[in-house]
Every structure is written in structure tokens, then in C-alpha cells.
Design a protein around this ligand. Sequence first.
Ligand SMILES: NC(=O)c1ccc[n+]([C@@H]2O[C@H](COP(=O)([O-])OP(=O)(O)OC[C@H]3O[C@@H](n4cnc5c(N)ncnc54)[C@H](OP(=O)(O)O)[C@@H]3O)[C@@H](O)[C@H]2O)c1
Length: 279
Amino acid sequence: MKILITGSNGMLGHDLIEVLKDKHELILTTSKTLDITDKDGVIDFICKNNPDIVINSAAYTNVDGCEENQELAYNVNGEGVKNLALGCSKIDCPLVHVSTDYVFNGENTRPWVEDDEIGPISVYGKSKLKGEEAILEILEKFFIIRTAWLYGINGGNFPKTMLELAKNHSEITVVYDEVGTPTYTPDLACAISKLIETDYYGIYHITNSGSCSWCEFARYIFEVADEDVKVIPVTASEFARPAPRPHYSVLENKRWTDNGFKPLRHYKEAIKEYVELIK
Ligand SMILES: NC(=O)c1ccc[n+]([C@@H]2O[C@H](COP(=O)([O-])OP(=O)(O)OC[C@H]3O[C@@H](n4cnc5c(N)ncnc54)[C@H](OP(=O)(O)O)[C@@H]3O)[C@@H](O)[C@H]2O)c1
């Protein structure tokens, strides 16, 4: 297939390339070569290149930054996605769009399924929801993939920050009242590569298996990295950040498994591989 990937130098974009490059013809774009907020440019680019599928991994992903730069957040995560959907509609090509667990409010006691009620509590979550809504309005052929707590080789992320801090801290404070599922970008990229071979369109939750709090995750990272760092649990309200986060955003990968796909491996297995790779 001819696949257009936006945000190709991002964390997920990097692994999408790795996973897809041998089997498909890739058209790679960055914010410099295709700014998704440029409506005419996006529609023009899609029509000229005529891809079989578009994968959007471009986004304004700074969750706290979104609170301050609301216009930018809505432009990239909302309007930008709408522009891609309009482009795809012109050539009748499916759009894969990566969304987030932050479209939920976090007030659940069981994992969220795809058709649970959404209710984002941050500007980031609200702007990502605008993107989802635009796709639902414009396209019939789409995969909206909500994922969570991403980490990979090509970008800043929680495990990297923890390992950096371990170099000169013997104890650190980490939030314990936010629970989710850390997800390794190569695993997500593999899942996307399988999904695009199908026409099982719709909204998906795709994460690694299992769940934990940030605090448990940090402890496990230090355990596998063999770092002697004491992790002190704090509440999210003690650890003040500009954007509120959902307290519980574990995503049940229901449509994924209902459609016959195997659950992704446990997050503990994935983070072990990652720590060994970057240490
Ligand atoms: N990171 C997480 O924990 C997480 C969790 C759940 C869902 N997600 C979603 O997963 C997707 C991938 O996330 P990621 O962590 O890989 O993101 P990332 O590393 O921040 O990469 C995002 C990319 O988007 C590009 N971009 C920003 N504005 C753009 C614009 N106007 N036009 C075109 N490209 C633009 C950036 O390009 P430049 O660098 O060139 O500006 C960047 O390479 C995003 O949709 C994100 O919302 C992420």
C-alpha cells in the first residue's frame, strides 16, 4: 500500500516507519513539509499523492502546554485532523488517527470501553476529542485509535525521565492516584500495521496489557534497571501541574480483541525490553 504518515519524526511516527517500511511505500511528512493546520495545503497534498491510507501521528502533545496555548491545541488536534479527514474524503481513502485516554474524565472503576461516555477534563483532551468528532462527521472509513502513556526510543517520556533522575537522586516523588496503561510505541505501531490490513473501521482502544499508577510504574522501572531509588507516593493535587489528568484511564481493548486480534503483551514485559535497550 501507499501510506502517508504525518508527524513522522515524532515518537510513534518513528516506530510506524520501522514497522511499515519493508512492506509498504511510505510518504513521510513532518510539520515542516506538511503543516496539518494548512487546510488547502493538506487537501492538495493528499489529492496529489493519492495514498491508499493516511496515518496521522501528528499532534500537539504537550498536555500542560495545551492549557496555555489553547488556540494551538485546537488548531493542531482539532482543525488539523479535520483537514486530514477532508483530504481523505476527496479521494475516498481511510484515515488512521491516534487519539488518547484523556478524552475520558477518569471517574470510572472499571476499564473504559470504546463507547463509554467521553468527558475530557483538560484542553489537550478536549482538543483531541474535536479531532475525533471531525472524523466521525466527515468519514466512514476510519480507525480512531485511543492509546495511553506512550514511550519509545524517539522522544521524551516518563521512563526516560525516571532513568535520568536516577542518575543524581536517591529519592523522588511520583503520583499514585492516576492509573493507566503504559504503552510501548513499537507495540502500538505493530497493532496499527495489522489493523490497516482490514476494513474493520471504527473506534479502538489499543494499549499494552495490565495497568498501574505512575508510582508503581516508576518502581518497576527502577527494579528492572537495577537502580536504588526510593519512590515516595504523592497525590496528583500535591504534585501541581497546569493540566488536570484523569484519575483512572485504563482502556479495555474490547473492539481489538472482539475482532480477533491478540491482546498486546503486558506492559511489564514491554518496559523491560525498553529499559534494556536504552540503558
Ligand atoms: N505521548 C503520549 O503519552 C500519548 C498518549 C496517548 C495518545 N497520544 C497520541 O499519540 C500520537 C503520537 O504521539 P507522540 O507521543 O508520538 O507525539 P510526538 O512525539 O509529540 O510527535 C508529534 C509530532 O506531531 C508533529 N506536529 C505537531 N504539530 C504539527 C502540525 N501542525 N503539522 C504537522 N505535524 C505536526 C510534530 O512535528 P515537529 O516535531 O516537526 O513539530 C511531532 O513530530 C498523538 O496523536 C498523541 O496525541 C500520545
